[in-house]
Structures are given as C-alpha cells and as structure tokens.
Design a protein around this ligand. Structure first.
Ligand code: C5P
Length: 315
C-alpha cells in the first residue's frame, strides 16, 4: 500500500464524536450440520434469526488501539489480541490501509460461549463502528467479506433479520418473510460450551452411530416462516448440534423439559449451546414462561426477546 495515510482529523468522512453501535444476538431456527470438510469446518444449512438481546460497542478516536468492557463476561473475557473486537478492528484497518487506532468500549449482555454468537456479534459491531469512525465508508458487502474472515457467524450479524446460511455459515441470503414478530424465552445457562468442542462431540456421536438422524433441509422451516403461526414454526425448529450439547451437558434436558412444561410451543438448544430458546405464542406468554423458568431454577437467567431485529447498526 503506497498511498500515504492521513490522520483521522484530516479525513473529511471520519466521525467527529464517538460512534455507538448496537448488535443483536443470533439463534438458529434450524441448524443442519453436514460432514466435516477438509478445512476443519462443517458444511451448514441453517436459518439464522437475530433477537433483541444486544451488545453495544462504542468507538472513539485514540492514538493506539484499546478495548475496555462492562457487563457479561467482564474479568473472564481476554481484552488482548485474541479478542474478536481487536481482531475485527485490525482486519478493517489492514483492508483500508490505515492504522487501527481507536478506543473501543464494549457493553455486553450476550453471554460468553452461550451459542448466541456473542463474540461474532461484537466483531460485526466493531466493523460497522470503525468503518464510521475512520470514514472508510465500505459497502455492506465489503464489510461482510471482511466479516467472513473473522468467523462463520459474523456476516449474518452485519445483516441481521432472518437469513439462510450456507457454506460454513458465512454465505448469507436474507429470508423475505412477511413482517411478523416471534416471541422467545432465552434460558441462559451457567458457564459456556466451546463451539469447536460441540462440533467435535457431534462428529464423535456420528462416528459411534449414536447421533440422531441429521435434520436435513431448511425448506419446511422456510415454509413455516411464511405462515405467521407460531405453532407451525415451533414444529419446524431443529438443531443437529443439540445432541452434542446435551451429551456435553445432560442437565440441559431438564431446562428444555421445564420450558415445555411451562407452556412453550417448542424449545431447542441455541447453536452450540448451552443457551436454550423457547418459542411462545406472544409477548405475554413469553413473560409468564420466563418467570416460571427462573423460578424452576433450571437456568442462570431467563429473559424474553423478540425477533427478527436488525443487525449491527449505529445507535
Ligand atoms: O467460524 P468460527 O471461528 O466461529 O468457528 C469456530 C469453530 O467452530 C471452528 O474452528 C470449527 O471447529 C467449528 N465450526 C465448524 N463448522 C462450521 C462453523 C464452525 O466445525 N460451519
């Protein structure tokens, strides 16, 4: 890159004040996991859905790159170069041929290693925030291409809404559904499950012949989304990684049972777990079921959420 870099203050497109970006958590309405590929990833056939539990990333001008945080995972999550926020800022700066100078602050509500793609969400938020802070002005598709280098779920969290994910999950195309809000209860567990560990466990169960049949195509789920009837959608939810999460964490079976006993239409493990999500009839139903789950002591926290919501956006 031979072009001279101009400091932020000289770039007419750079933001003058702090840039705050809100980014949602994701669940998978259906997560079909294919065989292990040569590159160490599994081929996916999934429907992503962004829900109203948000992290918030604020980017300010700085002379170096720094990250602070508050909320979920504070004191546990490393704030060094291994953090996806730092990696995202560096990836965007490298693409734009400029130094990665920013003071970043993360307010987390999405639990760590929860199967809700919290780390990927923070990477997506960082790309959108730094793009505005630095005035790099990339198109959403360019941001999504950088996002794919950071993690399989990151492109979806730039887009948000409800979307089909293929490849290793990074190839995202929006699902055009009639505007409907779905109401969820999100049961957050103590501790996390590492995503690679969940995939390895599924491979192990499949090798031993003890995994359930793969759930296969997303066609039924896509048809169910068009019907706007939560009972129909509930019947179409599915997750191949659920067996792996239950094998690693058998107590999750009690969480799923408790949600269904409380009147949820269906419950599934979210992504690689251990968070469980329950589809409910409406917002009032979700509130009641969240209260019952909290009282049953089968999770660390039970929250309500609705979806779909937008991806990483300036607040
Ligand atoms: O893409 P990401 O970095 O989020 O993936 C984390 C890990 O999850 C991968 O290293 C891999 O072990 C597993 N994974 C997978 N197949 C996918 C996505 C993730 O095996 N499609």
């Amino acid at each position: 890159m031979t072009e001279a870099w101009r400091p932020d203050g000289d770039d007419p497109r750079a933001a003058s004040g702090p840039v705050r970006v809100r980014v949602p958590a994701k669940i998978n309405l259906r997560l079909g996991v294919g065989p292990l590929r040569a590159d160490g990833y599994h081929e996916l056939n999934t429907v992503y859905h962004a829900i109203s539990i948000h992290d918030e990333l604020t980017a300010r001008r700085g002379d170096t790159l720094s990250l602070t945080m508050e909320g979920e995972g504070t004191g546990e999550l490393a704030l060094d170069d291994s953090n996806l926020v730092i990696r995202a800022a560096r990836a965007l700066a490298a693409y734009a041929g400029r130094p990665a100078h920013a003071r970043l602050h993360l307010r987390k509500q999405i639990p760590l290693a929860g199967g809700l793609a919290g780390g990927s969400a923070d990477a997506a938020a960082t790309l959108v925030a730094c793009d505005t802070l630095w005035g790099t002005g990339l198109a959403r598709d360019e941001l999504a291409a950088i996002a794919a280098t950071l993690g399989s779920d990151v492109p979806f969290l730039i887009h948000g809404g409800t979307a089909l994910g293929t490849g290793r999950g990074e190839a995202v195309s929006p699902v055009l559904a009639r505007p409907t809000s779905w109401h969820w209860v999100v049961a957050i567990a103590d501790g996390g499950i590492s995503t690679p560990e969940a995939y390895r466990e599924l491979d192990r169960l499949r090798d031993r012949g003890t995994a359930p049949e793969p759930i296969g195509s997303t066609d039924g789920l896509l048809a169910a989304l068009r019907q706007r009837d939560p009972a129909v959608l509930a019947a179409a939810l599915g997750n191949d990684l659920q067996a792996a999460a239950l094998s690693l964490r058998p107590a999750l079976a009690d969480t799923l049972k408790a949600g269904e006993a409380a009147g949820a239409l269906a419950g599934i493990v979210s992504g690689s777990g251990p968070t469980c999500v329950f589809l409910t009839r409406d917002a009032a139903d979700a509130e009641r079921i969240a209260g019952e789950l909290a009282a049953a002591g089968v999770c660390r926290q039970a929250r309500t959420a609705h979806g779909p919501v937008a991806g990483a956006r300036i607040a």
